[in-house]
Design a protein around this ligand. Structure first.
Ligand SMILES: *Cc1c(COP(=O)(O)O)cnc(C)c1O
Length: 339
């Protein structure tokens, strides 16, 4: 038996999802003629109360398209130092958009309106890059699935607006935040200029992310997607999985959060665990004690069929998803108790 906790990208499509994919009606999406892609885009836009949406192969692509559409070469992007857009997208901000980055040190991946205000460059100063975009990430991946307080995002939105900056959300795991905080997608649609949501993480589809924005923004984004080679043809088979996830996989994320919390509790009572970062959603980060090296713990868990990842210099990450049942979580806890 394998308990796969390395990432929520390891999910396998469920039988119901596969059936929905088999049944999909498809067409050429580059011609705008895939009815299932069109349905996914319309439904997601409607869910968030935004004008338009664009289905893309990955969350890296939706983020990078958004950054490209919001900026000009030589501009500066403001984001937290652990952000996925900066840390894990292959230097894409420089590669695709020719922009510099102003990194802010936040708390568990979250920044404040004061930090953003202080990071905006003076437009009249010719020495400085033109600040043009703020990117937030919710939930924060490197922050261990931490969620923003909605009021803080509202304050950051006001700051961005005051300075004429674009406001983009990397919402790869926004679904988890919505469920954990009892927030509605429309609240986010009102706040951000653009939002990227992923379906291939906790939502459990094989492939795909959706970028949301106003009609003009998405028209521009569609052109950039084509330039990047992200225009797909009969992509409705993939969109059908995402529609299935919208119908069936949002509410169940609460189970993943409960499994993460139960495991966090079990870890906290182990003498060989130094610190457990509170699990707000489906990501759990903990640090073994100094006399218990990370590699040793990962190996010992691996020997018992539990797959997890070293994270940062001295941490271990476990990510809960629909491929990890409550029963498997009980097994995991008994393995931890006997380690
Ligand atoms: C996974 C992830 C993405 C997108 O990743 P892809 O693998 O390109 O789909 C973006 N942001 C965050 C925070 C993520 O965790």
């Amino acid at each position: 038996m394998i308990i796969e906790l390395r990432s929520d990208t390891f999910t396998q499509p469920t039988p119901g999802m596969l059936e929905a994919m088999f049944r999909a009606r498809v067409g050429d999406d580059v011609f705008g003629e895939d009815p299932t892609v069109n349905e996914l885009e319309a439904r997601t836009a409607d869910l968030f109360g935004m004008e338009a949406a664009l289905f893309c192969p990955s969350g890296t692509m939706t983020n990078q398209i958004a950054i490209k559409a919001h900026t000009q070469p030589g501009d500066e992007v403001i984001c937290e130092e652990l952000s996925h857009v900066y840390q894990y997208e292959g230097g894409g901000i420089a590669f695709n958009s020719g922009c510099s980055v102003q990194l802010l040190r936040g708390h568990r991946g979250r920044i404040t309106a004061e930090q953003v205000a202080a990071a905006v460059n003076n437009r009249e100063d010719v020495h400085k890059a033109n600040s043009s975009l703020v990117v937030l990430e919710n939930t924060s991946n490197r922050g261990g699935g931490a969620c923003y307080e909605f009021a803080e995002m509202e304050r950051i939105a006001a700051t961005a607006k005051q300075h004429g900056l674009g406001f983009h959300l990397d919402g790869a795991r926004l679904w988890n935040a919505l469920v954990a905080k009892g927030e509605s997608p429309r609240q986010y649609g009102e706040l951000f200029d653009s939002i990227s949501v992923c379906f291939s993480k906790g939502m459990g589809t094989p492939v795909g992310s959706v970028l949301l924005g106003n009609r003009n923004f998405i028209r521009k984004a569609r052109r950039i997607r084509k330039v990047l080679g992200g225009g797909m043809r009969q992509a409705g088979y993939l969109a059908a999985a995402a529609i299935y996830a919208l119908d069936n996989h949002i509410g169940r994320l609460a189970e993943d959060h409960a499994n993460a919390a139960a495991t966090a509790e079990a870890l906290a009572r182990q003498p060989w665990v130094h610190e457990v970062v509170p699990a707000e959603t489906n990501i759990l980060i903990f640090k073994p004690a100094a006399n218990k090296p990370v590699a040793e713990v990962v190996q010992a868990l691996g020997d018992k069929g539990v797959r997890c990842l070293p994270f940062g210099p001295d941490g271990i990450r476990m990510v809960f998803h629909l491929g990890v049942t409550a029963e498997q979580t009980r097994q995991l806890i008994s393995i931890i108790d006997t380690l």
